[in-house]
Design a protein around this ligand. Structure first.
Ligand SMILES: [Zn+2]
Length: 469
């Protein structure tokens, strides 16, 4: 080390000529990458070992999708599982501009939180191309699990999830409150699926009495009232414990208004919605292929859809999560299903961001900076990934999506990477899509092909929940 001029090692990668966008603003700038991290933004950047031409395109942080269902073993061996593993789920994600996936890791009743995280981590190391973090889903809130929450959060497993619509919630509500409190005290956050089981059971029974169990009646089996009563209960739990609380896939105007009022009180309550509610409404269930649209909560009315768009724009909604829960068309249209036995969930990873860009940014409803906040930065902050993930800054992981916005194309089933093999959005026109996706400095998707290797994805190191700005 002499006193001479500092000589730079050649950069591994330069993304050149694009408009770099973060939640804070945009600038025309080249981005230089070394060792998987952003080393330079702007200025004069000499030629890198690899170059990506982003001229005329936007360069955004890779998407952080906080809500996916990959590689799930169902408790019931007679039920089929969601069809994407970490490899096909990663392929769909990277093609859709998402580089970090928050997977629901179901803790089986005989497991510890740590055992489930270890089991998922082994699969990520073999299968993933995108980077991954986990939400440990607690199905049985035993004293052992409750005691494990604090050390789990301290070790970086800083998010827990539970479902109010499962019988185990009704039976153990106080124990779930204690898990929330323990997670919050340790710096973590709890995700809650808000649908009220007694209301759903009552509505389903009434449909049964009228012989209306077909999926045409799916929305009536889980009405807005069932979401609202559960949201009010989640808000009460948040108020009682003071613990950061994250409402997954909020679907209705009334539930959103309840959340907005709770936030105005200063409660640490955060709201996610998902693409399904932004692009589709409940009359779809009356179509011949209505079961394809079955998800929990169900599709809602046009007024709900508009309220959610408004909430995304004005900040009452914090994140867009895909709730990617893929089934093949045949599994969705299985004639043995009815409103009491639905197969819930749709494939979203390939299409979530291109459609949101097309319907939100290109129409002027959502600014590009707000798009970045909703699809990357806010989830990275809430789930302890920021600033490694969720932004473009010197020192951050070089997770970059180059967006082409100068052409139009039609979404087609045959272009999907998800093993679902079909999309409820097929046939729609999009005006934005990723031309190149870069994960930790490696080009993993370009020219319509995934070029990243299975097993190159990693489990993301995490801290605790950070405030949103
Ligand atoms: Zn889900």
């Amino acid at each position: 080390m002499g006193g001479g001029p500092m000589t730079d090692r050649q950069l591994d990668l330069v993304v050149r000529g694009g408009t770099v966008v973060t939640a804070q603003g945009r600038q025309q700038a080249d981005v230089g990458v070394t060792d998987g991290r952003v080393a330079r933004i702007g200025g004069t950047i000499s030629k890198g070992v690899h170059e990506v031409d982003a001229t005329g395109r936007f360069v955004l942080p890779g998407g952080v999708d906080p809500h996916v269902h990959l590689n799930v073993e169902h408790l019931d061996p007679n039920e089929p599982d969601w069809v994407d593993d970490y490899t096909s789920g990663s392929e769909a994600a990277l093609a859709g501009g998402v580089t970090s996936l928050g997977n629901m890791a179901y803790v089986l009743p005989w497991e510890t939180l740590a055992a489930r995280v270890r089991a998922e981590s082994v699969l990520v190391a073999k299968q993933a191309i995108a980077d991954v973090f986990f939400h440990t889903v607690v199905l049985a809130p035993s004293p052992e699990i409750a005691a494990e929450v604090r050390p789990a959060v301290a070790a970086g497993q800083s998010s827990m999830k539970f479902f109010m619509c499962l019988p185990s919630f009704e039976a153990h509500a106080p124990q779930f409150s204690r898990i929330m409190k323990a997670a919050g005290d340790a710096g973590g956050i709890t995700l809650i699926h808000c649908e009220d089981l007694p209301t759903i059971e009552c509505c389903t029974a009434m449909l049964g009495e009228r012989s209306q169990m077909g999926m045409a009646h799916f929305a009536e089996s889980r009405p807005v009232a069932s979401e609202l009563v559960a949201i009010e209960r989640a808000i009460a739990m948040c108020r009682a414990t003071g613990a950061p609380t994250y409402i997954v896939h909020l679907s209705s105007a009334r539930a959103l208004a309840a959340c907005a009022a709770a936030r105005a009180e200063g409660l640490p309550l955060f709201v996610e919605t998902r693409p399904l509610y932004l692009h589709l409404t409940e009359e779809r269930y009356r179509d011949a292929d209505g079961p394809l649209y079955v998800a929990q909560p169900p599709l809602r009315a046009p007024s709900d859809r508009e309220a959610l768009w408004q909430g995304l724009a004005d900040g009452t909604i914090d994140t867009l999560g895909s709730d990617h829960a893929p089934w093949t068309r045949a599994l969705k249209l299985d004639p043995k299903l009815d409103v009491a036995h639905p197969r819930a969930g749709v494939a979203e990873l390939d299409t979530m961001l291109p459609l949101f860009f097309t319907e939100g940014v290109a129409t002027g409803r959502i600014s590009l900076e707000r798009f970045v906040a909703l699809t990357a930065t806010n989830a990275a902050r809430l789930f302890g990934l920021y600033p490694r993930k969720g932004t473009i800054a010197v020192g951050s992981d070089a997770d970059l999506t180059v967006w082409e916005t100068r052409e139009r194309r039609i979404l087609r089933d045959e272009d999907l990477f998800s093993r679902a093999g079909h999309s409820v959005y097929a046939g729609r026109e999009i005006s934005a899509w990723p031309s190149t996706t870069i994960r930790r400095g490696a080009v993993v998707f370009e020219r319509g092909k995934v070029v990243g290797r299975a097993g190159s994805g990693e489990v993301i190191p995490r801290g605790g929940t950070q405030a949103l700005i």
